[in-house]
Design a protein. Structure first.
Lengths: 227, 298
């Protein structure tokens, strides 16, 4: 395990070490809200950040497992491709935005626009999500153990939304859907991956009414799966 | 872009270092607003006296003469001290009348603010240099609000820098832009509010000050503002003994808040808050849109 101290090293130095590593375990101390920490990782490394981070932590992540022991600012794990980004505290707005794959876990609350334009990432939030979460979400799943703010899933395409608590309001073309056995199975797996203790049967499911967009015949399988 | 910081002390523990802590927070926001900066600091509250912070930018002004005329026009004692191009005019006369007289009779100066506890300083240039020039770090007090500006809506001038203040002991900093400020300025002018710039944020400051004089609490004034202010904004507002934060209903402009037993802080980014003593035990959150977060010390 290698310790990188942002109190004595520059952010560029730390990111350079992380981005060129091909394997190994790293700890970053004294992050002090630094931006873009651990962005662009593309190897099966493990990164633990001891303290709060600023914007875009774990952005574009591939393969790596990133754990932030603290809060995260705007754009956590933006455009994540694979791997896992976990935050023990709260996340600022646009967590998991545009993510293509992998898993984002926020143990506390996520703010506005969580999962905006998500394209395949799975996001699990232990607390609440703010307004306009999963806006224009295209694929993947947003799983919220708490409540969802106003306009959940506005203009949604084929992502799946699961909320255990209340929803202030649903956005345009977002509707509640039946929870079928395959959804319970999926929730059980993802909740376990996220190390969240919750009963899949307690969640409601939301998705697209498909009145706002014209889908392509090639996407019929995704449409069938989300029905 | 712009950067905002605000620090409200709930106890006396850090009053001696309020300016120092605010300068540390401001330093972190330099990149968000490199063209100008300003700060308002509340302290040394004196019931019998009003202090007016007056700016004479790029001109040599005879403050003795100005204060002599002011003293003759108003019913009260007038004295002053200067801090570079700013003058702090102290008077026992009514603050709003003194402000009005200066605006009407000394058009070459800008009245940055007035009140029993507030002083404001602002200038064009690197926020670090602005803080040093007006000795932010050496000041004590109960709460402070500061701003680094990246001008989008009006020119890079000292008068266009934040914080803006139009009412007694009330000031406001803003990240964003208002879209209905011209109409709102006309409405407020018809109610007797006077403005000194074309800046949108001054209109928001005038709006809040007007609502407070109409009897609203700070929370009520800002809640009404959600309906009346159109545009993008994260606002941080200071009053004589209060502090509040409001984001517009869409909340595109960033804000993070933190609270301990000793202080409440807000900033555009966590980096600023990370400078504060005891932050490792603070509650940290992103303020929800269209919700007023307010504290008072009374």
């Amino acid at each position: 395990m290698k310790v990188l101290d942002l109190g004595t090293s520059s952010l560029r130095e730390v990111n350079s070490v992380l981005q060129t590593a091909t394997t190994g375990e790293f700890v970053v101390s004294n992050p002090q809200g630094a931006h873009a920490l651990g962005c662009g990782l593309d190897a099966p490394v493990t990164l633990r950040v001891e303290g709060p981070v600023g914007y875009y932590c774990g952005g574009m992540n591939q393969q790596a497992n990133v754990l932030v022991d603290g809060n995260a600012g705007t754009g956590l794990a933006e455009n994540i491709m694979s791997g896992t980004v976990t935050v023990t505290g709260n996340a600022g707005q646009s967590a998991g935005a545009t993510g293509h794959g992998g898993l984002v876990v926020v143990q506390g609350n996520a703010s506005a626009r969580c999962g905006i334009s998500m394209k395949g990432v799975d996001i699990v939030v232990g607390g609440d999500v703010g307004h306009m979460s999963a806006f224009m979400a295209q694929a993947g799943a947003l799983i919220v153990l708490g409540d969802a703010g106003a306009d959940l899933g506005d203009s949604i395409y084929e992502a799946q939304l699961f909320v255990r608590g209340s929803t202030t309001s649903l956005g345009a073309d977002c509707v509640e859907k039946e929870v079928r056995p395959e959804h319970l199975d999926f929730l059980a797996v993802r909740l376990a991956d996220a190390e969240m203790d919750a009963n899949p049967a307690d969640f409601s499911r939301y998705g697209s009414a498909r009145m706002l967009y014209n889908f392509h015949p090639d996407d019929v399988n995704a449409v069938e799966a989300a029905r | 872009m712009c950067g905002i910081v605000g620090l409200f002390l709930k106890t006396g523990r850090h009053e001696h270092e309020l300016g120092h802590l605010t300068s540390l927070m401001l330093e972190q926001m330099r990149e968000r607003g490199p063209d100008s900066a300003g700060f308002a600091i509340y302290g040394d509250d004196r019931e019998e006296e009003t202090r007016l912070t007056v700016l004479a930018e790029s001109i040599d002004i005879d403050w003795d003469a100005v204060c002599g005329r002011l003293s003759g026009a108003l019913d009260g004692l007038v004295s002053y001290r200067t801090v570079l191009d700013h003058a702090i005019i102290e008077t026992t006369a009514t603050g709003s009348e003194a402000r009005r007289w200066l605006i009407d009779h000394v058009p070459e100066v800008t009245v940055l603010g007035f009140g029993h506890a507030i002083e404001l300083y602002k200038a064009v240039g690197d926020p670090r240099l602005v803080a040093e020039r007006y000795d932010l770090a050496g000041r004590s007090g109960t709460h402070a609000i500061a701003h680094t500006r990246m001008a989008t809506e009006s020119a890079v001038t000292t008068a266009g820098s934040h914080p803006f203040s139009t009412g007694e002991d009330t000031c406001l900093v803003h990240n964003g832009s208002l879209s209905n400020h011209n109409l709102l300025r006309e409405v407020l002018e018809s109610k007797g509010v006077s403005f000194q710039t074309e800046n949108d944020t001054e209109v928001a400051a005038g709006y809040v000050a007007w609502r407070l004089t109409e009897g609203d609490t700070l929370v009520e004034a800002l809640e009404r503002g959600i309906d009346d202010l159109d545009g993008f904004y994260t606002l941080c507002v200071g009053t004589r003994d209060g502090f509040a934060v409001l984001r517009d209903p869409i909340a595109c402009k960033p804000a993070v808040m933190a609270e301990t037993d000793d202080w409440v802080a807000m900033a555009s980014e966590y980096r600023s808050i990370a400078q504060l003593p005891g932050v490792e035990h603070a509650t940290v959150w992103e303020p929800e849109p269209a919700r007023v977060f307010a504290w008072s010390r009374s």
